[in-house]
Ligand binder design. Structure first.
Ligand SMILES: Cc1cc2nc3c(=O)[nH]c(=O)nc-3n(C[C@H](O)[C@H](O)[C@H](O)COP(=O)(O)OP(=O)(O)OC[C@H]3O[C@@H](n4cnc5c(N)ncnc54)[C@H](O)[C@@H]3O)c2cc1C
Length: 508
C-alpha cells in the first residue's frame, strides 16, 4: 500500500446511522470507522446478548475479519476449531465430510458463541473510538432524497431527531427500518417445532472436532461441539400447536439423545435451553434510497448450515467499502446499487440451501430417507463432492459473477474468473480507504491506469496469477474484472463505472 495518500475528501465524509448493534451492525460499524466514515451506532437493548445463538464463524467471514486491525487472531484464539461432519443413520456412521481441504488460511469452522463474537467486535469498535449508544430506540424514520431523519427515544423517555446522510437497518428480524421502507418479508414459517440445547455432556463417541448429524425416523438430531465438554444440540420435534414453541427441559433433551443420538451420551449443566420455529423469509431488495437492510433485517432462515449470522456479517462487509467510497466522494452513488443486487442473490442462495438441508434432514418418507442415506454414503466418498461441500459450507464459493460490477473474461488465463474470490498472501482492503488492487505486469496500460485512478487503486501493482492477464480485485477480495495484459479495456470500463465521474477519479 502506498504511503502517498492523495487528499480525497475536501468535504467531510457523509455520515451513517447504524440501527442495531448485533453482530451485523457491529461489523458494519468497525468497517466504516476504520475507513474514516463518521458513524453513530445505537441499540434499544440494555446490553449485548448473553446468548450463544449463532455459534459458527465460517472461513470466509474469518478471512474478511482478518482485513481489520487486529485481524482474525482474537476470534480464533477465543473459539474452538471443528473441521469434520459425520453423518449417522439408524445409529450407524454412513458418511464423513471434512472442510480441511478448503483453500483458505482458516480451513475449519470456528465455534464461538454469538455473545463472544459480539464482545470481540464491540471491543474492536471501542478501540477505534466509537461507543455503542445503548437503550436508544428508533421509533420513527423519515427518508429524504439526500438523507434520513430518525426519531430516537432514550431510556429516560427523551426523544431526539437524528439526521444522517445514510441509514443502515441492522435491526434484526423485526426491523423497523424494513417496515418503514415498506419492504415485503416474503417466505414461510415451518410448522414443526425445534429445540436447542447448549449443554455439558459426557460420552460423545467421536472427537470433539466433529459435528454429528444423526438422521432418525423421528427427525434430525445434530450435535455441535462448542468447546471441550460443551455442546449445542438441535432437533426437530412434532408440531406442538402452541403459540410459542415450548422450552425443553434437560430431561426432554436427554430423552431425545437416548432415542436419536449415538448411545451413551449424558447431558448435564444446561447453559441455554430454547424452543424455536424456522422462518425462511427475505426482502427482494436491500437498498431503499438512502437506507439499506443488512442481516436478519433482510433475510432469516433455517439454522441448517449455520449461515445466518455469517451471511449477515458478509452483507456488512459488502456494504461498508462501497458506502465508504461513496461517502468519501471517490465513487458514484450507483456503486451502492450493486450491494443490493449482489447480496440479495447470495441471500436467495443461502435461503434455498438452508431449506434444502432442512427438508433432507427432516423427511419422514421411508423411501426418501433410504435414497438420502445411500446418496450421502456414496457422494461423500468422492473427493470432488467433498471438496465442493467444503467450499460451500465455508462460504468460500460465494461470488458475484452476475454483478453489474463484474466484467471481462479469464478464458485461457490461469487465475480466478470475474466475480470469484482471489486469495492473496496480503489481504485486500486493509488501508484507510478501501481501494481496488490491480494485479498486472508493469505494462504501459497498467501504469496508465494507476495514474488515472489514484484514489480508487492501490498505488502499486501486485503480482498477477498469470502474467498474460490482469486482474482488478475489489477491496473485499472479489475479482471485479479480468483482461489481457496488453488490452485493459474491461478493467478501465469497470473503474470508469465506479468512479464519481466517468473516466476519472477526484484525486487524479
Ligand atoms: C435461538 C437462535 C439460534 C440461532 N442459531 C444460529 C446458528 O446456529 N447459526 C447462525 O448463523 N445463526 C443463528 N441464529 C441467527 C443469528 O442469531 C442471527 O442471524 C444474528 O443474530 C443476526 O444478527 P443481526 O445483527 O442481523 O440481528 P440481531 O442479532 O437480531 O441484532 C439486532 C439488534 O437491533 C436492535 N434493535 C432492534 N430494533 C431496534 C430499534 N428500533 N432501535 C434500536 N435498536 C433496535 C436489537 O436490540 C438487536 O440488538 C440463531 C438465532 C436464534 C434466536
Amino acid at each position: 500500500m502506498s504511503s502517498a495518500s492523495p487528499d480525497l475528501s475536501p468535504r467531510t465524509p457523509s455520515s451513517v446511522l447504524i440501527v442495531g448493534a448485533g453482530p451485523v451492525g457491529l461489523t458494519l460499524a468497525v468497517e466504516l470507522t476504520r475507513f474514516g466514515i463518521p458513524v453513530r451506532i445505537i441499540d434499544k437493548a440494555v446490553g449485548r446478548t448473553d446468548k450463544s445463538k449463532a455459534i459458527v464463524l465460517w472461513s470466509r467471514t474469518l478471512e474478511l475479519l482478518d482485513r481489520q486491525p487486529g485481524g482474525a487472531a482474537a476470534f480464533v484464539a477465543a473459539g474452538f476449531k471443528v473441521d469434520t461432519v459425520g453423518f449417522v443413520a439408524h445409529g450407524q456412521p454412513i458418511a464423513h465430510a471434512s472442510v480441511s481441504s478448503a483453500q483458505t488460511p482458516f480451513a475449519f469452522a470456528l465455534m464461538l458463541p454469538q455473545s463472544e463474537t459480539e464482545r470481540l467486535l464491540e471491543e474492536r469498535l471501542e478501540a477505534l473510538g466509537v461507543t455503542v449508544e445503548r437503550q436508544v430506540e428508533v421509533v420513527a424514520l423519515a427518508l429524504r432524497d439526500d438523507g434520513v431523519d430518525a426519531t430516537l427515544r432514550h431510556a429516560d423517555g427523551r426523544q431526539e431527531t437524528a439526521p444522517a446522510d445514510w441509514l443502515a437497518g441492522c435491526d434484526g428480524a423485526h426491523s423497523i427500518v424494513r417496515h418503514t421502507v415498506g419492504a415485503q418479508f416474503t417466505g414461510t414459517t415451518l410448522d414443526s417445532d425445534w429445540v436447542l440445547a447448549d449443554i455439558h455432556m459426557t460420552g460423545y463417541p467421536v472427537p470433539d472436532t466433529q459435528v454429528t448429524i444423526a438422521w432418525h425416523e423421528d427427525g434430525v438430531f445434530v450435535v455441535f461441539p462448542m468447546s471441550p465438554g460443551r455442546y449445542r444440540i438441535i432437533a426437530d420435534t412434532p408440531p406442538s400447536g402452541a403459540a410459542h414453541p415450548p422450552t425443553p427441559t434437560l430431561d426432554d433433551i436427554q430423552a431425545l439423545i437416548d432415542r436419536r443420538g449415538p448411545a451413551g451420551m449424558r447431558a448435564f449443566d444446561p447453559v441455554w435451553l430454547a424452543g424455536f420455529r424456522i422462518n425462511g423469509r427475505k426482502v427482494s431488495r436491500y437498498r431503499w434510497g438512502r437506507a439499506f437492510l443488512c442481516g436478519d433485517a433482510a433475510h432469516v432462515h433455517s439454522p441448517a448450515g449455520g449461515q445466518g449470522m455469517n451471511t449477515g456479517m458478509q452483507d456488512a462487509f459488502n456494504l461498508a467499502w462501497k458506502l465508504a467510497l461513496v461517502s468519501r466522494r471517490v465513487a458514484a452513488d450507483g456503486l451502492l446499487d450493486s450491494f443490493s443486487v449482489e447480496r440479495s442473490a447470495v441471500g436467495d442462495q443461502v435461503l434455498a440451501a438452508a431449506e434444502r438441508l432442512t427438508t433432507i434432514g427432516t423427511t419422514k418418507n421411508p423411501f426418501l430417507r433410504l435414497v438420502r442415506n445411500t446418496v450421502a454414503h456414496v457422494a461423500f466418498g468422492i473427493p470432488g463432492i467433498e471438496h465442493a461441500f467444503a467450499q460451500t459450507m465455508t462460504e468460500l464459493s460465494i461470488g458475484y459473477p452476475e454483478s453489474p460490477l463484474t466484467s471481462g473474461s479469464a478464458a485461457g488465463l490461469d487465475g480466478p474468473r470475474p466475480g470469484q474470490r482471489l486469495l492473496a498472501d496480503r489481504p485486500f482492503g486493509t488501508g484507510e480507504l478501501p481501494r481496488f488492487a490491480l494485479l498486472a505486469a508493469a505494462t504501459e496500460p497498467a501504469l496508465r491506469l494507476l495514474q488515472s485512478y489514484p484514489a480508487l487503486l492501490e498505488a502499486d501493482l501486485r503480482e498477477p496469477p498469470d502474467r498474460a492477464g490482469a486482474w482488478l480485485v475489489r477491496p473485499d477480495g472479489y475479482v471485479a474484472a479480468v483482461a489481457r495484459s496488453h488490452d485493459m479495456a474491461a478493467i478501465e470500463a469497470c473503474l470508469a463505472q465506479v468512479a464519481l465521474s466517468a473516466g476519472a477519479d477526484p484525486a487524479a
